[in-house]
Design a protein around this ligand. Sequence first.
Ligand code: FSX
Ligand code: SF4
Ligand code: F3S
Length: 383
Amino acid sequence: MENSSLFDKLSSRLDELSNLPKLDDEVSISKLIEEKGFSRREFMTWAGAMTSMLMLPASFTPLVAQAAEIADRLPLVWLHMAECTGCSESLLRSATPSIDSLIFDYISLEYHETIMAAAGWQAEQNLHNAMQKYKGRYILMVEGGIPHAESDYFLTIGAHGKTGQESAQEACADAAAIFAIGSCSSFGGVQAAYPNPTNATALSNITNKTVINVPGCPPSESNIVGTLLHFILYGTLPALDVYNRPKWAYGLRIHDACERRGRFDAGEFVEQFGDEGAKNGYCLYKVGCKGPYTFNNCSKQKFNQGTSWPVQAGHGCMGCSEPDFWDKMGIVHEPLGDRLYHTVFGGLGADATADKIGVGILTVTAIGIAAHAAISLVKKPKE
Ligand code: FSX
Ligand code: SF4
Ligand code: F3S
């Protein structure tokens, strides 16, 4: 679609949404952002970063800003299944509230088990009321793996003793959009690791409705809020990969935009934690980095408002946004390639692969540079 017609389409959707009543008459998101000390300029800078993350041209920034401001029309129901709450923490527990967390805090007013005040019967009543009041309109975000089938009772929640599976199925039935937040909800996660004693599974396996997966253990705050903004802007499914992950976030490998990629290409590897290579920021492949096999945008977006991410902190990527990463990507501090790619380069193994790729590219580049130098010399006009 042409940029201008896409702009018009998104713009009219936002105008329509603006007519919906706010969830809370007293406060609006724009007011909240202002009260927390963010200037308009800071807000627009944030919106600009979100626009580029969503792979839209910079001229769409005002639309993304508008989408964030009218998020206060969108009721959100957030359910917890079997997990560590890291996904919610990822978004909510930064030292200073970010714009992402403010938006999230606001729209979670309807039902979020971590941050709501209600408990017991009252909590269940609130969930029921929210699903009735906003039938067909609420966004459902589910965190955690779901013990299912004959093992569903391993997760039994609340005063009525419902299983997680039952609650999730009920909430899916009337949701406008369903997002599995985190690797547990997307793929089963740590609960589903071998031997999976509770028979935990992904949200997509217990509902017939389409589930958009936003994996990561935890996913970054920007991927969670970006998912929400995308839905507000488009009202349709984003382009998805084979695992139903939005391509704007999970379309590239960690390795493709890693700040240590030059080290990999040059064959410069940390051999063990604490060595000279580690101090010099060498590539972490040989100490187990799974960045070459992991599709996510951590190396570009980072965590905690862009402060850092695993590789920057000196530890390899663990592949946390890939299906079954506990079973498939372990052992954490060993290269995966030994087992997966042992046939590459005549069966020399992953270390050899990494070295060969690095040295290979370096050699080709060196030949290229030498050839270029030689040609320039030949072509150089005689004095
Ligand atoms: Fe934890 Fe969320 Fe990992 Fe799972 O994150 S950070 S175990 S993805 O469901 O709480
Ligand atoms: Fe970065 Fe890991 Fe790739 Fe090395 S292997 S370049 S540390 S993603
Ligand atoms: Fe997870 Fe790797 Fe990112 S471990 S947080 S996908 S760098």
